[in-house]
Design a protein around this ligand. Structure first.
Ligand code: ADP
Length: 439
């Protein structure tokens, strides 16, 4: 079987969020099972070589023939193919997003037309247009329904050189996500619970009706972790490596971390590594932060996102400088150290398709306090490997942390570390889905 994945980001080349983790581990696991796998990505400027140049090819866009350049690399038995459609495209999701990914999709489809493969697996709306332009069996995965790739029909026509058909139109706008949902042979999302949630108006982001209409081909498959990359016993970023039998070693990481962050050395510490957007619920945390810290806690937060949430935490960190350390940055090394040194991981998401951070946290013996939604509810055993709270409100977060404070956290951490978050059987689920799509 020869599979082509197409997405906007993938480790080890470029990462903004969890999508990159998935595209940097699922294809490798598939390759290990004997599948031939290629991952297609845009060639962003910030991707550092060494990439092998494959030369130029033509594709149609905006009613004209255009040139793109292809590059390749390999990682973990998987071929990575990079398409350069615009030399100054620095990183994922840079505006004008819709135009850029439509262009990328057109180039990808032109390249695929020359290539022999069995099935295309497209991820999120950035890959939706390529899926529609090609004709082989296909699987589309929703990693986040909040981003659908919407644009006005006139712009779509200008860019693509075609009129939007009914499948692409949704409430008067072109909706690339919807187009892929309807065109794909199978649709997946990244947890069983999110697969159910998105069929309701509360979580459907306006597409719940479409999702209900395709429910027969929609399935939730949990994401796995790259358990080599995320392994406290072998993590180069940790001063002290540890496992479930030597959890006391993790305390040394905390001592060092609290000294560097100049926080109260005697207190248990909440950790968070996150995008600071409404989805992640940290605005709720802000509204109750003094009360939460008053339970006898520090907070270490690494994340960037919405200006008002960032400003709120910066101000709080200034006021409570001995209790809050806030780093408004994307910092891979610090992220590893937060997972590997804090006591409780905070993840109060309003919605969460799967979430990798809580799985990483459990693997590092840092039991999460999270909202009972999507993949959080599917991966955390309430009262066993973490705490789930129901209400997306400041009080909900407060109550969740309070419940956690009453737990035997050492026992919880040990149990959490024992859980299997590897791709394991989840890869088989994808492979049998591919077979269904191919039959
Ligand atoms: P999402 O993809 O919605 O952002 P996930 O929980 O699925 O959320 O995945 C987030 C991934 O990105 C995790 O690997 C997490 O460690 C990483 N991450 C998020 N924010 C940061 C940050 N500020 N610095 C480093 N890594 C981050």
């Amino acid at each position: 079987m020869r599979i082509v994945h197409i997405a906007a980001e993938a480790l080890p080349f470029i990462k903004v969020g969890g999508l990159a983790d998935v595209l940097g581990s699922l294809p490798q696991e598939q390759a290990r099972r004997g599948v031939e796998v290629v991952v297609m990505l845009p060639r962003y400027r910030s991707i550092n070589g060494p990439l092998q140049a494959l030369g130029e090819f033509s594709y149609g866009f905006a009613g004209a023939s255009q040139k793109a350049r292809a590059w390749r690399s390999s990682y973990g038995g998987v071929g990575y193919l990079f398409l350069e459609t615009e030399p100054d495209w620095r990183e994922p999701y840079q505006p004008p997003e819709a135009e850029r990914y439509l262009r990328f999709g057109s180039a990808a489809a032109a390249w695929l037309a020359q290539y022999d493969y069995d099935l295309l697996h497209a991820h999120d709306w950035h890959a939706a247009y390529a899926l529609r332009l090609q004709s082989r069996p296909s699987v589309f995965t929703i990693h986040n329904l909040a981003f659908q790739g919407e644009l006005d029909p006139d712009s779509f026509e200008r860019y693509s050189g075609r009129r939007a058909d009914a499948e692409l139109l949704h409430e008067g706008r072109v909706n690339l996500m919807k187009g892929a949902l309807l065109a794909a042979d199978r649709v997946t999302t990244v947890s069983p619970r999110y697969a159910r949630e998105i069929q309701t108006p509360e979580f459907g982001m306006g597409l719940d009706g479409v999702l209900r209409s395709i429910s027969a081909k929609l399935k939730g498959i949990l994401n796995g972790l790259d358990t080599k990359l995320w392994d406290p016993a072998n993590d180069v970023h940790l001063p002290q490596r540890y496992n479930a039998q030597r959890l006391e070693l993790k305390r040394r990481n905390r001592t060092q971390m609290l000294a560097i962050a100049r926080l109260d050395p005697g207190l248990p510490t909440l950790g968070a590594v996150t995008r600071l957007t409404r989805q992640k619920g940290f605005d709720l945390v802000l509204q109750k932060l003094p009360e939460i810290l008053n339970m006898g806690l520090n907070l270490i937060l690494v994340g960037t996102g919405d200006e008002d949430i960032e400003a709120g935490f910066a101000e709080m960190a200034h006021t409570y400088s001995r209790r809050i350390y806030f780093k408004p940055a994307f910092d891979e090394a610090l992220a590893h150290r937060v997972y590997g040194s804090t006591d409780i991981f905070l993840m109060p998401s309003r919605f969460e398709p799967c979430g990798l951070s809580q799985m990483i946290a459990m693997r590092y013996g840092t039991p999460p306090v999270a909202r009972a939604t999507g993949g959080l509810a599917d991966t955390i055993d309430d009262g066993e490997t973490g705490i789930l709270f129901e209400e997306a409100s400041p009080q909900g977060v407060f109550d969740g942390v309070k419940r956690m404070m009453a737990q035997d956290r050492l026992a919880m951490a040990k149990k959490a570390m024992q859980k299997d978050f590897s791709w394991g059987k989840r890869v088989d689920e994808y492979l049998s889905l591919y077979r269904e799509a191919l039959s």
